[in-house]
Design a protein around this ligand. Structure first.
Ligand SMILES: Nc1ncnc2c1ncn2[C@@H]1O[C@H](COP(=O)(O)OP(=O)(O)OP(=O)(O)O)[C@@H](O)[C@H]1O
Ligand SMILES: [Mg+2]
Length: 264
């Protein structure tokens, strides 16, 4: 059964899409069957790959609204263990419809994913920068949330609001929802601000903060232009190493959890 991990933050530009794409690619590179889904209607995920218009024909919109079978929506990427679903929302009215559909049936994503959980080890969901119906449905469908926090700016209030929302989703709809971890992204260690944000986050969230820190690098900023996850464009770069290290950290944590569950 796949572990379903939602990359969530209501803040824009904190690295949700970069993390979803590069974490999914790195987990797949470690030979875990992985499905990456761009839930965000502005779908950064589709622009991070060089899919043909035929491959991009269907997406989450067709899945949720037109009920196109999921096997027709899944795209096999050039990475052996990585499949992708893009959002394929073409206008703001389609975005409204997607929001309304997910608001009317909060469990629709959970129901859709139930059809494929047995075929994957990890399903990674890239959320929009809001805590509206789409992110709520995603948190209802997820086993855990990964929260990227930008190393140059940290708002206690905004993190508290996200954690409170996750708590509400958990108590109302999804009691098994956990926090996978808080990920520091775009950190520039040469600046005092970068170091201070890392310290503040570790003070506030302790063990919940991943040991892996994603540095600010030009190669990661360029990856969407190259339309490839960074492990394909430059496996030896700092950004690729960081996301591979994050993938290993997540795999190790989940292996530990599975072993202790099996022993109990
Ligand atoms: N580690 C990094 N180093 C340098 N640039 C980065 C890094 N991570 C992300 N970026 C760049 O920062 C911008 C925002 O990143 P990204 O799109 O992943 O954020 P997001 O949270 O998905 O944004 P949105 O909320 O708009 O969906 C992008 O231009 C991306 O290429
Ligand atoms: Mg994004």
């Amino acid at each position: 059964m796949a572990k379903i991990l939602a990359v969530v933050s209501q803040k824009g530009g904190v690295g949700k899409t970069t993390t979803s794409v590069n974490l999914a690619a790195s987990i797949a590179a470690l030979e875990m069957r992985t499905l990456l889904i761009g839930i965000d209607p502005q779908c950064g995920v589709s622009s991070s790959f060089n899919f043909t218009s035929r491959e991009n024909k269907y997406g989450i919109y067709d899945l949720v609204y037109y009920k196109v079978p999921i096997v027709e929506v899944i795209i096999h990427s050039e990475i052996k263990f990585l499949d992708v679903i893009v959002s394929n929302v073409k206008s703001s009215s389609e975005e409204d419809i997607l929001n309304q559909t997910m608001k009317a049936n909060k469990f629709c994503l959970k129901e859709i994913l139930a059809e494929v959980v047995k075929f994957y080890d990890y399903i990674i969901l890239d959320c929009p920068p809001s805590l509206g119906a789409i992110s709520i449905s995603t948190m209802i469908a997820a086993d855990s949330i990964l929260i990227p926090v930008q190393g140059e700016y940290y708002s206690k209030e905004s993190l508290a609001r996200l954690l409170q929302t996750a708590k509400e989703v958990s108590s109302m709809y999804n009691p098994s929802l956990t926090i996978e971890g808080v990920l520091l992204t775009m950190v520039d260690f040469r600046t005092n601000l970068g170091k201070k944000v890392c310290e503040d986050i570790r003070k506030a969230m302790g063990e919940k903060v991943f040991s892996t820190i994603i540095p600010r690098t030009v190669k990661l900023a360029e990856a969407p232009m190259i339309k490839k996850p960074i492990i394909l464009s430059d496996i030896n770069s700092k950004g690729a190493m960081a996301y591979l290290s994050l993938a290993q950290e997540i795999l190790a944590k989940n292996e530990e959890r599975k072993t202790s569950e099996d022993n109990n």
